[in-house]
Design a protein around this ligand. Sequence first.
Ligand SMILES: [Fe+2]
Length: 168
Amino acid sequence: MVQNDGLRSKLIEYVQNVHALEGNVVLMLDSIVLTTRDEELREMFRVHREESRRQQERLRERLEALGGLGLASLRKNVSAIASAQAKGAFDVFRSDKPVQNARDAFVTEHLEIASYEILERMAERAGDEETARVAREHRAEEQAMAQRIAENWDRFVDLALEEGRSRA
Ligand SMILES: [Fe+2]
């Protein structure tokens, strides 16, 4: 499949990176599911958490196919870095959980969309059509999730205001 060794190890690195990101997303969605009281919104996040788990599994399969599974331990902790990046800017709004969750999730979906755009191209250059296909499919799922969040901005703000009132 992938002949060029340099390109192949680069591709492995990129798949590992996105795999770690998905792991992080699952943890973030765990926390969002726990802190979302609105049942319908909670279900939306729960469904995407399962979707993210399937994505992570598919990426693990690509790593295996590329012979990159054993290299995982050599990588620095990408997951911790991605987590810090995703959270860093938003500590100011910690008190308003519903909007904070929505914003973090929206930003993370876009981080994923960008990562899959890059992964798709890297896989194509390496001649790995299967990984490119997985990247495209996952990107479409992230875009759909970002869209679902975007359709609910008013609702998230309503919930933040309601929770603020019930606490006051
Ligand atoms: Fe994802």
